[in-house]
Design a protein around this ligand. Structure first.
Ligand SMILES: NC(=O)c1ccc[n+]([C@@H]2O[C@H](COP(=O)([O-])OP(=O)(O)OC[C@H]3O[C@@H](n4cnc5c(N)ncnc54)[C@H](O)[C@@H]3O)[C@@H](O)[C@H]2O)c1
Ligand SMILES: [Zn+2]
Length: 374
C-alpha cells in the first residue's frame, strides 16, 4: 500500500435545496491539523469578511489559529468571545452578540465561524441564523461532543429559565472542520463524556464500529490521532446519514439519536444540572434503556453486558451517583414531561441487538419504575 499522505476524511452531508439556498449540502472535514484549511474553505466561497465566535477556553488557542488561517487567505476577521459554559447559551449572551455584530456592521455577506464546543456552536449558530435574517455559519468544533454530535445537523439554540434548548432553529452550516488535534487540550472528564455519544452510535447503527471501539479503547483514551480520526469521522458519518434522511425529526428516524436520552434527561434533572456531565448521564441512560429492553424481552443479557463493559472501559458511570436522592416518582414525572413522550404514554428508543434500535411506544410506567428503582 502507498504511504498515506493525506489522511483527512471528508464526509458529504446531502440536503435538498430550500427557498433560501439552492444547495444546502456541505462537507464535514475530519483530520489532524485541518484547522489551517478553514481560511481557504471560507475564501473559496467568495466571502470577504468573517466573524469568529468563540469562548474564553479556546479564544487564544484554537480560535486564534482559525483566525490566522483566515487572515492568510486574505479574509477580514473580527473575534467575539463569550464566557465558557452553558450559561452563555442565553438570551443575554445572544443579545450581546447581536449588538456586537451590529457595531461591526456585519452584513449578509459576512460569514460567521463558531470555534468551540457545543455551547459555542449552538449560540453562534443561532446568532448566525437570526442576524440579518440569516448569515452563513461554519463550525470548527473543539470538543468531542461537538465533533461527533452538535456541529452536525443544523440544530441551534439557547436556553431559557424554563428549560434547555427551548428557543432555536434549524440552520445548516456551510461546512464543518473538525481538527482532532484540538482535542488534546480537552479536560479528561469532558473527553470521556463525549465517548458516551460515540458508544451510542455503535449501539444504534453500527455493530462493526462497536466492535472496533471495544478493541481500541486504550488507544482512544490515549487520544492517539489516528484512532481519534476514526472515532470522529465514523460518528460524524453516522449522524450525517441520519440527518440526511430526517433533517427535521419528522419521520422518527432522527429520534434514534435520542437513545438513552429520556433516562439521561431525568437523571440530569434529578441530580441538578452540572452534577453529571451530559455524556455521563447518557451513559447511565443507555444502561437503563438496555435494562428496560431486556425486561421487555427485546434483548438478552449479553447485549446489556457488552454495552456496560464498553462504557466502563471509557471510565464512564453506569449507575446513578451514590448519595443522589432520586425517587422513581420524580424521575417518572420528568420523563412524562420529556418531549419524546406522546399523549402521556412513555416512548423509548430501545435496542434489539448491538447496532440496531427501535422506537417503542406505550411502555407501561410500572416497568420503567422497576428499572429506575426507588
Ligand atoms: N445542536 C445539537 O445538535 C447539539 C447536540 C448535542 C449537544 N448540544 C449542546 O452542546 C452543549 C454541550 O457541548 P460541549 O460538551 O461541547 O460543552 P461546552 O461547549 O461547554 O464545552 C465543554 C467545556 O470545554 C471547554 N472547551 C471547549 N473546547 C476545548 C478544548 N479544545 N480544550 C479545552 N477546553 C475546551 C469549554 O470552554 C467548556 O468549558 C450543550 O449546550 C448541548 O445542549 C447540541
Ligand atoms: Zn446527547
Amino acid at each position: 500500500m502507498p504511504p498515506v499522505l493525506n489522511d483527512t476524511a471528508t464526509i458529504r452531508l446531502q440536503l435538498p435545496a430550500d427557498a433560501g439556498r439552492a444547495d444546502r449540502s456541505y462537507e464535514i472535514v475530519v483530520g489532524s491539523g485541518v484547522i489551517g484549511s478553514v481560511g481557504p474553505a471560507v475564501a473559496a466561497t467568495g466571502a470577504r469578511r468573517t466573524v469568529v465566535i468563540t469562548d474564553a477556553a479556546v479564544a487564544n488557542s484554537h480560535a486564534a489559529a482559525t483566525a490566522d488561517s483566515m487572515r492568510s487567505s486574505g479574509l477580514d476577521v473580527a473575534t467575539l468571545t463569550v464566557p465558557s459554559g452553558e450559561a452563555s447559551k442565553s438570551v443575554a449572551a445572544l443579545e450581546r452578540l447581536w449588538n456586537e455584530m451590529a457595531r461591526l456592521a456585519v452584513d449578509r455577506h459576512t460569514h460567521v465561524i463558531g470555534v468551540g464546543g457545543g455551547v459555542v456552536g449552538d449560540l453562534a449558530g443561532f446568532a448566525a441564523a437570526t442576524f440579518g435574517r440569516g448569515l452563513p455559519i461554519w463550525h470548527v468544533p473543539t470538543t468531542l461532543v461537538a465533533q461527533v454530535d452538535s456541529a452536525i445537523g443544523g440544530k441551534t439554540g439557547i436556553n431559557l429559565g424554563a428549560g434547555k434548548n427551548l428557543v432555536g432553529s434549524f440552520w445548516q452550516p456551510r461546512g464543518v472542520i473538525a481538527d482532532v488535534d484540538t482535542l488534546a487540550t480537552l479536560p479528561d472528564r469532558e473527553f470521556k463524556s463525549g465517548m458516551a455519544e460515540v458508544v451510542k452510535y455503535g449501539m444504534i447503527l453500527d455493530p462493526a464500529f462497536f466492535d472496533w471501539l471495544e478493541a481500541n479503547a486504550g488507544t482512544i483514551l490515549a487520544r492517539d490521532a489516528v484512532a481519534l480520526r476514526h472515532v470522529v469521522s465514523r460518528s460524524a458519518a453516522l449522524k450525517a446519514d441520519v440527518v440526511e434522511r430526517d433533517e427535521r425529526e419528522i419521520t422518527g428516524l432522527r429520534a434514534i439519536l435520542n437513545y438513552g436520552h429520556t433516562f439521561a434527561h431525568a437523571y440530569e434533572t434529578a441530580a441538578g444540572y452540572g452534577t453529571l456531565l451530559h455524556g455521563e448521564a447518557v451513559a447511565i441512560g443507555m444502561v437503563s434503556a438496555a435494562a428496560l429492553a431486556q425486561s421487555l424481552g427485546r434483548i438478552g443479557p449479553d447485549v446489556v453486558t457488552r454495552q456496560e463493559q464498553l462504557l466502563r472501559s471509557f471510565d464512564l458511570p453506569v449507575t446513578v451517583p451514590t448519595g443522589a436522592a432520586f425517587t422513581s416518582d420524580a424521575l417518572l414525572a420528568t420523563m412524562a414531561r420529556d418531549k419524546k413522550t406522546v399523549g402521556g404514554r412513555l416512548r423509548f428508543v430501545l435496542p434489539t441487538q448491538i447496532g440496531h434500535v427501535e422506537l417503542v411506544d406505550g411502555i407501561d410506567p410500572a416497568t420503567v419504575r422497576s428499572i429506575v428503582g426507588g
